[in-house]
Design a protein around this ligand. Structure first.
Ligand code: CDT
Length: 348
């Protein structure tokens, strides 16, 4: 049996600080149209796609900051971004898209939503849990900041896997009410999970989805590389070395965590040089449950990365090497949830 799905990462190149949001959305619409013309069923867009990656800047004027947020609990009818969701609904294509969320009660989150073109509505929302960077700008006036802890609260929705209606071709198999993985594996609509950027570096986040039988994890990201104040380094690196390392770590975490949770993953970059100088890696990719990158972006501009995947490929890992039910030993994992930071053993 096959459970095939045609999916894409829609990489979005540079978006400047003063970019017109309508124009950025038109670039996204163009990528979505290209995906539709190739019969893609699911398109993953990056983190905070509608604007520049604004947490690199310190905003003293709250009104200026607010321009980078989408207002309200459901953004799909907000004027500038509506064309994207209208197209997805009319062509019955699903999308993941990240944005800065200002809730109805004024809270800020780094959020992504899963909009089901088939259902014609948002069916899942995720708010970034692992916020990187600092609340206050770095002392070094030349540093590139990452003020996510200033502008956002840590996500409060947890890691909730979900099924996307109508995504998997073999819908006839959706004939079980069981939640036992042995009964449901390989049946029904795809089991999906969402993460945002820095979350992809944290195995706990992936495992939360792995434990819900996830078959496909989507990640949007903005990853700078020439940012020593952010990453730190023991030995100074050239920008070229820093770039290489940022790509390496991105690929490493996507491949390793996909393998260890026996799931596909799709990652989509906001890439390029915002304002001609703030670097962000590309590397948008689709990874198999065996940990192989099967499709990858070539550059740092707007680019669609497409692959046909078969969710049946998750079965081998889920039934053998990573059959959690048989092989996990939770009695030894207590520290993972009881302790946050490191406590070293005593010196002998
Ligand atoms: N946007 C985002 O989360 N970026 C971070 C930068 C590095 S934080 C050490 C990332 O994980 O790519």
């Amino acid at each position: 049996m096959q459970r095939t799905l045609k999916v894409a990462a829609a990489q979005v190149g540079s978006v400047d600080r003063n970019a017109d949001k309508n124009e950025t959305v038109q670039r996204m619409v163009k990528l979505l149209e290209e995906a539709i013309s190739q019969n893609v069923q699911l398109v993953v867009f990056p983190e905070t796609t509608f604007t520049t990656f604004f947490p690199r800047h310190l905003f003293e004027d709250p009104a200026e900051l607010e321009k980078y947020f989408e207002q309200g609990d459901d953004i799909t009818n907000n004027e500038s971004v509506k064309p994207l969701f209208d197209l997805a609904r009319s062509k019955k294509v699903d999308i993941y898209v990240g944005y800065a969320e200002r809730t109805d009660d004024g809270r800020g989150f780094n959020t992504c939503i899963y909009y089901s073109g088939n259902a014609g509505k948002v069916i899942s929302k995720y708010r970034k849990v692992h916020l990187p960077g600092t609340k206050e700008p770095f002392a070094n006036p030349d540093a590139v900041n990452q003020l996510e802890k200033r502008y956002f609260e840590p996500g409060n929705l947890g890691f909730k896997a979900f099924r996307a209606p109508g995504l998997v071709v073999d819908a006839a198999k959706k004939d079980t009410a069981s939640t036992d993985v042995k009964e449901t594996l390989g049946k029904g609509d795809a089991i999906m999970g969402m993460l945002i950027c820095n979350d992809r570096r944290w195995p706990e986040a992936w495992r939360m989805y792995g434990l819900q039988g996830v078959e496909l994890i989507m990640v949007g990201y903005n990853t700078p590389y020439n940012a020593p104040d952010l990453f730190g380094f023991r030995n100074p690196m050239t920008p070229e070395q820093a770039e290489k390392e940022a790509y390496y770590h991105h690929k490493l975490v996507m491949e390793a965590n996909s393998y260890m949770n026996a799931c596909f993953s799709i990652s989509a970059a906001r890439a390029g040089f915002d304002d001609g100088k703030y670097d962000l890696i590309g590397g948008s990719a689709i990874v198999s449950p065996n940990g192989y990158t099967i499709a990858q972006a070539k550059g740092v501009d707007d680019e669609l990365v497409v692959a046909e995947i078969d969710l049946e490929d998750c079965r081998q890992g889920k039934e053998k090497t990573f059959d959690f039910d048989r092989h996990r030993r939770t009695e030894h994992y207590g520290l993972i949830t009881s302790q946050t930071g490191v406590i070293e053993p005593e010196l002998l």
